[in-house]
Design a protein around this ligand. Structure first.
Ligand SMILES: Nc1ncnc2c1ncn2[C@@H]1O[C@H](COP(=O)(O)OP(=O)(O)OP(=O)(O)O)[C@@H](O)[C@H]1O
Length: 780
């Protein structure tokens, strides 16, 4: 970062153009810079911080010390102060708070909301804070401030631009709408503008394969069984086939994958059935790519999509399009099954946030499907849209009610704000009725429906969880929004009732484990053996929808048992095909590991992953499943250690979210080597869905953590046969409806809710995440 003089008179300093770098650099500058105000400066008159920069920075320092604000946020304000001598304290405060919101998932600082609930603008209190000698709160600081005064202060030609004016180059942008004011770091304001512009232009454009209604109706009839009631999967296919931008949202098991496979078949059938362009012998299939935000999510979609494409009956569809129909195997082969990560698709490059593909070097494709789109943050969504050729389609799949991305933005949630109500215009309803053959229920019609509404379909029937499934019922009860007819009390009761009033679950697939405290040995038993006794009938005798028996719930002992029992006898590790026994073993252990996962809300303390991981290691060692020293369990490597990759590593081909298991393999690589000691290697499934195993030496793994316990945030995009969700015993703002819903819906066959019964479930299900952004408002 080049330094500027304090008194330069350039009204819009260009070094602010990319705040990511500016703020990162300034963090260091601030750390180095001697700003020796004693913290006491903020203790006397709190209000002084509104009028005096020294007092403000003393207060910010105390917030940083407490972990209420990030050093980066304070550094940004300090950087602005150094660069622009006359920046008022209230502007610098707003800048620090706007920066802080990014770290908490919000895209901007909403001034009205901040004034209504000032303390929510900080991370207050962070996990593990002892609350002694607290610094003054934002509510004490802002008690007398009103919106108009604060807004008027956010005018500074070098620092703040008006979002309604032509774009400038200031580091901050002020956006005023509907009497409210939002302050953005420019980069994030620009992402919103890009997303709005690029989705907006897709919504108004017609598609190349704008099939005539008769052909489309015939093709849809070939893919879906006719019925009297609207089939939302069919409607979703229809809507997505006519727009360059489409969203298909739905809860777990509502058929998002099933629908998108049919949609891909439909799009390819329509493309192959088109009359060939002059000069070319045959019509060209569309170039379609499938992607997901994490390696884990990509691998999961890969597996389910490949299966579904194989099972899809294409005979009628192939006959329904074109003059003589299309060739079935050409059609099947044209449906992609390989799923990549978004980072890989865009071509990420080390040490820069810029991708190889962008507007100047667009992706070579006609359609892109993104699964688990709720995990895509605003920066990535803007990058994807920018790199898409204008004529390419974008189809987003995801569950709008899941936790949003860890990074700023909740793009899918913003886009789907009105999905529940449909809001289809009479013209859309008429068209849908013509192509699907069924009428659209009145309650989904809206004369005032917006273009975005017409591109969104919500799948509403779960095909995985029926009325007998406690997991499905619980997810539904937790997810139900609070409304006038469904207040907090009713919601808490509805959720509690699912577990039964006598402590015995009413449903075969869910159990509640009451813990006395964080040290309760019942938690150890749960993680070791899965606590089948907590389920009706000990978890025995259940069958899935196809009548196949469901194995009773397990804990981590299961994969460790497979690890021990299936260990290959081959005394050398092997290369290529010779490694087969070890690859098979790793595949079995990894599959067994997917049978159980403990999820928790926090990172720190006895209820967070940092406390739980060593504790579970000790419990498994006591039960005889692990052999490791205390030091190895707490900080080192040991056989059986499951690890989660926490940062993409392109060199190793590992993605954030990948899970591997540490296994001891012979050091000898071939039959001719002298057999000897064993060596620890971590086995990861490759993310290409091939089922191959990647063996990595622990020393090469830069960013991994033990994953006996996993945060719910990290579990998105994954599914476990038995999921145990552990709630802490004290209130925490992180406990929200979205978090509990996301945790519950990771369970495929069994769910255990472990908690102390001190009301944290009640508290969580009645608190909703509010992500501040201007996107929903911009698009409707
Ligand atoms: N219309 C349907 N009729 C019967 N079964 C269906 C239907 N749609 C989907 N299924 C079945 O329901 C299960 C879940 O479907 P699918 O995997 O497509 O859902 P999803 O929404 O993608 O799930 P996830 O929550 O895992 O993302 C699958 O076994 C699928 O075969």
């Amino acid at each position: 970062m080049n330094k500027r003089s304090k008194h330069h008179d350039d009204a819009t300093p260009d070094l602010f153009a990319d705040l990511g770098e500016a703020s990162a650099g300034s963090s260091q500058a601030a750390d180095e810079g001697a700003e020796p105000e004693p913290p006491q400066a903020a203790q006397g008159n709190v209000q002084a911080a509104l009028h005096d920069n020294q007092a403000l920075f003393a207060l910010l320092d105390r917030w940083v010390e407490r972990g209420w604000l990030r050093a980066l946020d304070r550094a940004l304000a300090s950087f602005f102060e150094r660069e622009v001598s006359d920046a008022p304290p209230l502007l610098l405060l707003a800048a620090a708070l706007a920066s802080h919101q990014l770290g908490r998932g919000h895209v901007c600082l909403d001034l009205a909301q901040t004034l209504a609930a000032p303390d929510l603008a900080l991370s207050l209190p962070p996990e593990g804070d002892d609350l002694s000698d607290p610094p003054p709160l934002p509510s004490e600081l802002l008690t007398e401030l009103d919106l108009a005064t604060w807004r008027d202060i956010l005018h500074h030609p070098a620092l703040v631009a008006d979002g309604n004016e032509p774009p400038g180059n200031t580091p901050l942008v002020r956006s005023e709408r509907d009497g409210n004011v939002r302050l953005y770091l420019r980069r994030y304001w620009q992402y919103e503008q890009d997303i709005r512009g690029l989705i907006g232009s897709r919504l108004t454009a017609t598609t190349d394969t704008d099939a005539d209604t008769v052909t489309l109706a015939r093709a849809l009839a070939a893919l879906f069984t006719p019925g009297h009631e609207l089939d939302w999967q069919q409607a979703a296919c229809a809507l997505a086939s006519r727009s360059r931008f489409a969203v298909i949202t739905g809860g777990p098991g509502t058929g998002k994958t099933t629908t998108v496979v049919k949609l891909l078949a439909l799009l390819q059938a329509l493309a192959l059935g088109e009359t060939a362009p002059a000069g070319s012998a045959t019509p060209r299939p569309l170039r379609i790519r499938l992607a997901a935000p994490t390696g884990k999510a990509a691998a999961r979609l890969n597996e389910s999509i490949a299966k579904q494409v194989q099972n899809l009956s294409l005979v009628e569809l192939a006959a329904a399009v074109g003059q003589q129909g299309v060739d079935i195997s050409t059609l099947r082969n044209s449906i992609p099954t390989e799923v990549t990560t978004l980072h890989r698709l865009l071509g990420s490059r080390p040490d820069t946030r810029h991708f190889r593909h962008h507007a100047g070097n667009p992706l070579a494709l006609d359609a892109l499907v993104i699964d688990e789109a709720s995990m895509v943050d605003i920066e990535m969504m803007a990058a994807v849209l920018t790199a898409l050729p204008p004529k390419a389609r974008l189809i987003l799949l995801g569950d709008k009610d899941q936790l949003a991305s860890v990074e700023a933005g909740a793009v899918l949630g913003d886009l789907c704000q009105r999905a529940e109500g449909g809001h289809y215009t009479p013209a859309t309803c008429d068209w849908l009725q013509r192509v699907t053959g069924t009428p659209i229920p009145e309650r989904y019609k809206d004369e005032g429906g917006q273009p975005l509404d017409q591109a969104i379909a919500m799948l509403r029937v779960s095909h995985r969880f029926d009325a007998k499934s406690g997991i499905g019922q619980l997810a539904e009860a937790v997810n139900r929004p609070l409304g006038s007819d469904h207040g907090q009390k009713e919601k808490k009761r509805a959720v509690r009732e699912i577990f039964g009033t006598d402590g015995k679950s009413r449903y075969a697939d869910i159990a509640r484990l009451a813990l006395a405290d964080a040290d309760d040995p019942a938690l150890d038993r749960l993680v070791v053996n899965g606590n089948p006794a907590g389920f009706i009938n000990g978890g025995a005798g259940r069958h899935d929808r196809r009548g196949e028996p469901i194995a009773s719930p397990r804990g981590y002992a299961h994969y460790l048992e497979v690890m021990q029992a299936a260990r290959p006898a081959q005394p050398y590790f092997g290369e290529g095909d010779e490694r087969q026994p070890y690859d098979d073993w790793a595949r079995q252990v990894l599959a067994a590991h997917g049978h159980f996962q403990l999820l928790c809300a926090l990172r720190k303390g006895p209820w967070g992953i940092e406390g739980l991981n060593p504790r579970i290691g000790h419990a498994l060692r006591r039960a005889g499943w692990l052999k490791a020293s205390d030091l190895e369990l707490e900080q080192g490597w040991f056989e059986g250690r499951p690890v989660l990759v926490t940062r993409n590593d392109y060199g190793l081909g590992l993605m954030n979210g990948d899970i591997g298991i540490t296994l001891a393999v012979p050091e000898a690589r071939s039959a001719t080597d002298t057999p000897g000691r064993t060596l620890l290697r971590v086995a990861f499934p490759t993310s290409d869905g091939s089922g191959n195993i990647k063996w990595v030496l622990p020393s090469r793994l830069q960013a991994v953590e033990t994953v006996f316990a996993m945060t719910v945030h990290k579990s998105q995009g994954s599914e476990f046969t038995h999921t145990a969700l552990l709630l802490p015993d004290a209130p925490n703002p992180i406990l929200t409806r979205e978090l509990v819903y996301t945790g519950i819906t990771r369970a495929r066959d069994w769910l255990t809710l472990a908690e102390t019964g001190r009301g944290m479930l009640d508290e969580a299900v009645t608190r909703e995440v509010v992500r501040v952004s201007g996107l929903g408002r911009l698009l409707i």
